[in-house]
Design a protein around this ligand. Structure first.
Ligand code: 13P
Length: 248
């Protein structure tokens, strides 16, 4: 049986306490019936407490966008996975391409962050994806395979780890790979998970992210080996986000 889909909203560096309240209220209103998909929002760190409070009893989970590998100590400006758990998070995104680019995060760093998430009893959403140059050079499968091998810790299980495929050139651009191209990558990721983790590899959720909108969500979410989505821009408005949840 296919795993329960997950639709995660990555708010990135957007929002205020007031807009967080308003967006959670709008999501609550949109969620008139229980969804088949598990739903998650990942606000920026300073808004997590506000979101946790607003989400009380709403049936939507809370996640963060990054964590440090260490449990505490002299790391100015960083946030430990344990702190996120303490705030009510159940997930944390690690290795998003914007962090890989803006902060030079390597697969080794991402793997350490995923391990930190597990140590704090959080599920890690491990992101990977090729750049446009890599796609044009026909290196997509090699790149995502290498990222998957390097970024997933040994202790990864379908319960504590989600993999998100986000082609860098599709993020925030309105461009997406076609359905065949998404299927090929997700199939490759599935095969590699099964190779490494045996039968459990079939149960890891594989999300697609990159310019998912209400009008392309049904076509993408119905693809084999696509177990949900990681949504950026369209997660900032309930009227865009909820139809994507329903597409699952
Ligand atoms: P967009 O949906 O805005 O393309 O962003 C995708 C993303 O990076 C989610 O993590």
């Amino acid at each position: 049986m296919a795993p329960r889909p997950l639709v995660a909203g990555n708010w990135k560096m957007n929002g205020s306490r007031q807009s967080t309240r308003a967006l959670v209220a709008a999501l609550k209103e949109a969620a008139t019936q229980p969804s088949r998909a598990e739903v998650l929002i990942c606000p920026p760190t300073p808004l997590l407490a506000e979101a946790a409070d607003a989400l009380e009893g709403v049936g939507i989970e809370l996640g963060a966008q990054d964590c440090h590998a260490a449990a505490g100590g002299a790391h100015t400006g960083d946030v430990a996975a344990e702190m996120l758990a303490d705030l009510g998070c159940s997930y944390v995104i690690v290795g998003h391409s914007e962090r890989r680019t803006d902060h030079g995060e390597s697969d080794t760093v991402v793997r350490a962050k995923a391990e930190a998430a597990h140590r704090a009893d959080l599920s890690a959403i491990v992101c990977l994806g090729e750049t446009e140059v890599e796609r044009d050079a026909d290196e997509t499968l090699a790149v995502v395979g290498r990222q998957l091998a390097g970024s997933l810790p040994e202790g990864a299980t379908p319960e504590n780890t989600v993999v998100a495929y986000e082609p860098v050139w599709a993020i925030g651009t309105g461009r997406t790979p076609n359905e065949g191209e998404i299927s090929v990558v997700h199939r490759e990721l599935r095969d590699r998970l099964v190779e490494r983790f045996g039968d459990a590899g079939r149960d890891f959720r594989l999300l697609y992210g990159g310019s998912v909108k209400p009008d392309n969500a049904v076509a993408i979410m119905k693809l084999r080996n696509v177990d949900g989505g990681l949504i950026g821009g369209a997660s900032l408005k309930a009227e865009d986000f909820w139809p994507i949840v329903e597409a699952c």
